[in-house]
Design a protein around this ligand. Structure first.
Ligand code: PAF
Length: 281
Protein backbone atom coordinates (compact mmCIF):
# COMPACT_ATOMS: atom_id res chain seq x y z
CA UNK A 1 0.00 0.00 0.00
CA UNK A 2 1.20 3.43 -0.96
CA UNK A 3 1.05 6.32 1.56
CA UNK A 4 0.90 9.87 0.22
CA UNK A 5 0.71 13.13 2.12
CA UNK A 6 0.12 15.77 -0.51
CA UNK A 7 -2.53 16.49 -3.10
CA UNK A 8 -0.36 16.18 -6.27
CA UNK A 9 0.80 12.65 -5.30
CA UNK A 10 -2.76 11.64 -4.44
CA UNK A 11 -4.11 12.99 -7.73
CA UNK A 12 -1.33 11.33 -9.75
CA UNK A 13 -2.14 7.90 -8.27
CA UNK A 14 -5.87 8.33 -8.88
CA UNK A 15 -5.30 9.63 -12.43
CA UNK A 16 -3.32 6.45 -13.16
CA UNK A 17 -6.23 4.25 -12.08
CA UNK A 18 -8.82 6.35 -13.87
CA UNK A 19 -6.83 6.14 -17.10
CA UNK A 20 -7.32 2.36 -16.92
CA UNK A 21 -11.06 2.80 -16.34
CA UNK A 22 -10.87 1.71 -12.69
CA UNK A 23 -13.38 2.84 -10.07
CA UNK A 24 -12.36 4.32 -6.73
CA UNK A 25 -13.83 3.71 -3.28
CA UNK A 26 -12.99 5.97 -0.34
CA UNK A 27 -13.04 5.54 3.43
CA UNK A 28 -12.30 8.77 5.32
CA UNK A 29 -11.09 8.27 8.91
CA UNK A 30 -9.33 10.05 11.73
CA UNK A 31 -7.02 7.06 12.18
CA UNK A 32 -6.48 4.82 15.20
CA UNK A 33 -8.17 2.19 13.12
CA UNK A 34 -10.09 -0.71 14.65
CA UNK A 35 -12.14 -3.62 13.32
CA UNK A 36 -15.03 -1.25 12.53
CA UNK A 37 -12.86 0.77 10.14
CA UNK A 38 -11.52 -2.42 8.60
CA UNK A 39 -15.09 -3.50 7.84
CA UNK A 40 -15.60 -0.18 5.98
CA UNK A 41 -12.51 -0.87 3.87
CA UNK A 42 -13.84 -4.36 3.05
CA UNK A 43 -17.16 -2.85 1.98
CA UNK A 44 -15.40 -0.38 -0.34
CA UNK A 45 -13.14 -3.19 -1.60
CA UNK A 46 -16.19 -5.24 -2.60
CA UNK A 47 -17.61 -2.38 -4.68
CA UNK A 48 -14.72 -0.67 -6.41
CA UNK A 49 -11.48 -1.57 -8.19
CA UNK A 50 -9.33 0.64 -5.97
CA UNK A 51 -9.65 1.72 -2.36
CA UNK A 52 -8.31 4.90 -0.80
CA UNK A 53 -8.41 5.56 2.95
CA UNK A 54 -7.57 8.86 4.60
CA UNK A 55 -6.21 9.46 8.07
CA UNK A 56 -6.61 13.04 9.21
CA UNK A 57 -7.47 14.25 12.70
CA UNK A 58 -9.55 17.20 11.57
CA UNK A 59 -9.11 20.20 13.90
CA UNK A 60 -12.25 22.00 12.74
CA UNK A 61 -14.63 19.34 14.05
CA UNK A 62 -13.34 19.53 17.63
CA UNK A 63 -14.66 22.09 20.11
CA UNK A 64 -12.23 24.14 22.23
CA UNK A 65 -12.57 21.83 25.26
CA UNK A 66 -12.64 18.58 23.34
CA UNK A 67 -10.02 15.88 22.82
CA UNK A 68 -8.20 17.12 19.69
CA UNK A 69 -4.79 17.09 21.41
CA UNK A 70 -5.15 13.70 23.02
CA UNK A 71 -6.95 12.01 20.09
CA UNK A 72 -4.86 8.85 19.46
CA UNK A 73 -2.51 9.19 16.48
CA UNK A 74 -1.19 5.77 15.44
CA UNK A 75 -0.15 6.07 11.79
CA UNK A 76 2.22 3.08 11.71
CA UNK A 77 -0.39 0.70 13.13
CA UNK A 78 -3.00 2.22 10.80
CA UNK A 79 -0.77 1.54 7.79
CA UNK A 80 -0.45 -2.10 8.87
CA UNK A 81 -4.23 -2.45 9.37
CA UNK A 82 -4.95 -0.94 5.94
CA UNK A 83 -2.33 -3.10 4.24
CA UNK A 84 -3.95 -6.18 5.80
CA UNK A 85 -7.26 -5.16 4.15
CA UNK A 86 -5.64 -4.65 0.72
CA UNK A 87 -6.24 -0.91 0.78
CA UNK A 88 -4.45 0.57 -2.25
CA UNK A 89 -3.58 4.01 -0.97
CA UNK A 90 -3.50 5.92 2.30
CA UNK A 91 -3.84 9.68 2.13
CA UNK A 92 -2.41 11.14 5.35
CA UNK A 93 -2.26 14.91 4.85
CA UNK A 94 -1.12 17.49 7.39
CA UNK A 95 -3.23 20.47 8.49
CA UNK A 96 -1.54 22.83 5.99
CA UNK A 97 -2.49 20.55 3.08
CA UNK A 98 -6.14 20.39 4.13
CA UNK A 99 -6.36 24.02 5.29
CA UNK A 100 -3.93 26.09 3.18
CA UNK A 101 -5.21 29.35 4.73
CA UNK A 102 -5.27 27.89 8.26
CA UNK A 103 -8.08 25.97 9.94
CA UNK A 104 -9.61 29.16 11.37
CA UNK A 105 -9.69 30.93 7.98
CA UNK A 106 -11.02 28.06 5.93
CA UNK A 107 -14.15 28.14 3.85
CA UNK A 108 -16.70 26.50 6.13
CA UNK A 109 -19.76 24.56 5.07
CA UNK A 110 -22.95 24.58 7.09
CA UNK A 111 -25.66 22.01 6.44
CA UNK A 112 -28.74 23.63 8.00
CA UNK A 113 -31.24 22.11 10.45
CA UNK A 114 -29.95 18.56 10.74
CA UNK A 115 -26.63 19.84 12.16
CA UNK A 116 -28.32 22.00 14.78
CA UNK A 117 -29.91 19.23 16.83
CA UNK A 118 -28.64 16.34 18.99
CA UNK A 119 -24.84 16.18 18.63
CA UNK A 120 -24.88 19.47 16.75
CA UNK A 121 -26.54 21.17 19.75
CA UNK A 122 -24.09 19.57 22.20
CA UNK A 123 -21.03 20.12 20.02
CA UNK A 124 -21.57 23.49 18.30
CA UNK A 125 -19.72 23.73 14.99
CA UNK A 126 -18.83 20.03 14.98
CA UNK A 127 -20.78 19.16 11.85
CA UNK A 128 -19.58 22.28 10.01
CA UNK A 129 -16.07 20.89 10.51
CA UNK A 130 -17.14 17.43 9.36
CA UNK A 131 -19.00 18.72 6.28
CA UNK A 132 -16.10 20.98 5.33
CA UNK A 133 -13.38 18.35 5.62
CA UNK A 134 -15.44 15.63 3.93
CA UNK A 135 -16.18 17.96 1.01
CA UNK A 136 -12.48 18.84 0.74
CA UNK A 137 -11.54 15.14 0.85
CA UNK A 138 -14.14 14.31 -1.80
CA UNK A 139 -12.72 17.08 -4.02
CA UNK A 140 -9.23 15.65 -3.62
CA UNK A 141 -10.03 11.94 -4.01
CA UNK A 142 -13.05 12.26 -6.33
CA UNK A 143 -14.30 8.78 -5.38
CA UNK A 144 -17.16 6.91 -7.02
CA UNK A 145 -18.19 5.49 -3.66
CA UNK A 146 -17.54 6.62 -0.06
CA UNK A 147 -18.24 4.45 2.98
CA UNK A 148 -19.32 5.78 6.40
CA UNK A 149 -20.27 3.84 9.52
CA UNK A 150 -23.81 3.92 10.89
CA UNK A 151 -22.34 4.34 14.36
CA UNK A 152 -22.09 8.08 13.63
CA UNK A 153 -25.67 8.14 12.41
CA UNK A 154 -26.18 11.89 12.44
CA UNK A 155 -22.86 12.38 10.62
CA UNK A 156 -24.04 9.93 7.97
CA UNK A 157 -27.26 11.90 7.50
CA UNK A 158 -25.34 15.20 7.28
CA UNK A 159 -23.06 13.76 4.60
CA UNK A 160 -25.96 12.31 2.61
CA UNK A 161 -27.54 15.77 2.69
CA UNK A 162 -24.29 17.51 1.74
CA UNK A 163 -23.77 15.19 -1.23
CA UNK A 164 -27.30 15.63 -2.49
CA UNK A 165 -27.47 19.39 -1.97
CA UNK A 166 -24.09 20.09 -3.62
CA UNK A 167 -24.67 17.46 -6.36
CA UNK A 168 -21.40 15.77 -5.47
CA UNK A 169 -20.83 12.82 -7.83
CA UNK A 170 -20.26 10.22 -5.11
CA UNK A 171 -22.41 7.38 -3.85
CA UNK A 172 -22.54 7.29 -0.06
CA UNK A 173 -22.70 3.78 1.41
CA UNK A 174 -23.49 3.18 5.06
CA UNK A 175 -21.94 0.28 6.94
CA UNK A 176 -23.48 -1.46 9.97
CA UNK A 177 -22.03 -0.62 13.36
CA UNK A 178 -19.28 -2.98 14.42
CA UNK A 179 -19.75 -4.11 18.05
CA UNK A 180 -17.68 -5.87 20.70
CA UNK A 181 -19.17 -9.17 21.93
CA UNK A 182 -20.85 -7.35 24.83
CA UNK A 183 -22.57 -4.92 22.45
CA UNK A 184 -20.37 -1.84 22.87
CA UNK A 185 -19.97 -0.07 19.52
CA UNK A 186 -16.29 0.08 18.55
CA UNK A 187 -14.87 3.59 18.74
CA UNK A 188 -11.37 5.02 19.05
CA UNK A 189 -12.64 6.89 22.10
CA UNK A 190 -13.42 3.63 23.98
CA UNK A 191 -9.78 3.51 24.99
CA UNK A 192 -10.30 6.57 27.20
CA UNK A 193 -12.54 4.39 29.44
CA UNK A 194 -11.16 2.97 32.68
CA UNK A 195 -11.62 -0.79 33.20
CA UNK A 196 -14.63 -0.15 35.44
CA UNK A 197 -16.18 2.25 32.89
CA UNK A 198 -15.54 -0.16 30.03
CA UNK A 199 -17.46 -2.83 31.97
CA UNK A 200 -20.45 -0.47 32.32
CA UNK A 201 -20.36 1.00 28.79
CA UNK A 202 -22.42 -1.79 27.08
CA UNK A 203 -25.43 -0.47 29.01
CA UNK A 204 -25.81 2.07 26.20
CA UNK A 205 -26.47 -0.62 23.60
CA UNK A 206 -28.62 -2.53 26.07
CA UNK A 207 -30.68 0.62 26.66
CA UNK A 208 -31.13 1.16 22.92
CA UNK A 209 -32.45 -2.40 22.64
CA UNK A 210 -34.81 -1.76 25.54
CA UNK A 211 -36.02 1.43 23.82
CA UNK A 212 -36.77 -0.55 20.68
CA UNK A 213 -38.59 -3.20 22.68
CA UNK A 214 -40.74 -0.71 24.63
CA UNK A 215 -41.55 1.34 21.55
CA UNK A 216 -42.52 -1.91 19.78
CA UNK A 217 -44.93 -2.65 22.63
CA UNK A 218 -46.67 0.65 21.88
CA UNK A 219 -45.32 2.86 24.69
CA UNK A 220 -45.27 6.54 23.66
CA UNK A 221 -41.80 7.51 22.48
CA UNK A 222 -41.52 10.35 25.02
CA UNK A 223 -42.01 7.81 27.84
CA UNK A 224 -39.44 5.49 26.31
CA UNK A 225 -36.94 8.34 26.02
CA UNK A 226 -37.43 9.27 29.66
CA UNK A 227 -37.03 5.66 30.78
CA UNK A 228 -33.73 5.44 28.87
CA UNK A 229 -32.36 8.65 30.38
CA UNK A 230 -33.24 7.52 33.94
CA UNK A 231 -31.78 4.05 33.38
CA UNK A 232 -28.45 5.49 32.23
CA UNK A 233 -28.37 8.17 34.94
CA UNK A 234 -28.97 5.51 37.63
CA UNK A 235 -25.92 3.64 36.34
CA UNK A 236 -23.70 6.74 36.61
CA UNK A 237 -23.90 8.03 33.01
CA UNK A 238 -24.61 11.68 32.22
CA UNK A 239 -26.90 11.45 29.19
CA UNK A 240 -26.81 14.32 26.65
CA UNK A 241 -29.80 12.82 24.88
CA UNK A 242 -31.78 9.59 24.65
CA UNK A 243 -34.21 10.03 21.78
CA UNK A 244 -36.34 8.29 19.19
CA UNK A 245 -36.28 10.00 15.80
CA UNK A 246 -37.23 9.46 12.17
CA UNK A 247 -34.28 7.65 10.62
CA UNK A 248 -34.61 9.61 7.38
CA UNK A 249 -34.05 13.14 8.72
CA UNK A 250 -33.85 12.85 12.53
CA UNK A 251 -37.11 14.77 12.90
CA UNK A 252 -39.39 13.98 15.84
CA UNK A 253 -41.74 11.13 14.92
CA UNK A 254 -45.45 11.64 14.57
CA UNK A 255 -47.70 10.35 17.36
CA UNK A 256 -48.15 6.62 16.87
CA UNK A 257 -45.50 6.37 14.13
CA UNK A 258 -43.96 2.89 14.14
CA UNK A 259 -41.92 2.70 10.94
CA UNK A 260 -38.60 4.22 9.95
CA UNK A 261 -37.45 5.02 13.49
CA UNK A 262 -34.04 5.11 15.12
CA UNK A 263 -33.07 5.44 18.78
CA UNK A 264 -30.01 7.56 19.50
CA UNK A 265 -28.03 8.01 22.70
CA UNK A 266 -25.13 10.26 23.64
CA UNK A 267 -23.91 10.00 27.21
CA UNK A 268 -20.83 10.79 29.21
CA UNK A 269 -19.19 8.13 31.31
CA UNK A 270 -16.44 9.72 33.39
CA UNK A 271 -14.41 11.81 30.94
CA UNK A 272 -15.58 9.92 27.86
CA UNK A 273 -18.51 10.86 25.65
CA UNK A 274 -20.07 7.82 23.97
CA UNK A 275 -22.63 7.78 21.17
CA UNK A 276 -24.60 4.92 19.69
CA UNK A 277 -27.88 4.26 17.90
CA UNK A 278 -30.20 1.46 16.84
CA UNK A 279 -32.52 1.30 13.85
CA UNK A 280 -35.93 -0.13 14.73
CA UNK A 281 -36.57 -1.85 11.42
O1 PAF B 1 -16.03 9.78 11.31
C1 PAF B 1 -14.88 10.27 11.27
O2 PAF B 1 -13.87 9.60 11.54
C2 PAF B 1 -14.72 11.73 10.90
O3 PAF B 1 -15.76 12.50 11.38
C3 PAF B 1 -14.52 11.95 9.38
C4 PAF B 1 -15.74 11.52 8.59
C5 PAF B 1 -13.30 11.17 8.91
C6 PAF B 1 -14.28 13.42 9.10
O4 PAF B 1 -13.15 13.90 9.76
Amino acid sequence: MQTVQDAPALRAAIRGWRSKGQTVGFVPTMGNLHAGHQSLIRLARARTDRVVASVFVNPTQFGPNEDFDRYPRTLVQDQAALTAENCDLLFAPDVATMYPFGAQRSVSLHVPQITEILDGAHRPGHFDGVATVVCKLFNLVQPDVAVFGQKDFQQLKVIERLVRDLSLPVKVISAPTFRADDGLALSSRNQYLSAAERARAPLIHDTLRRMRELAGQGHPWQVVEQMAASRLARAGFLPDYTVIRCAEDLAEPAEGQRDGLVALIAARLGHTRLIDNLLFD
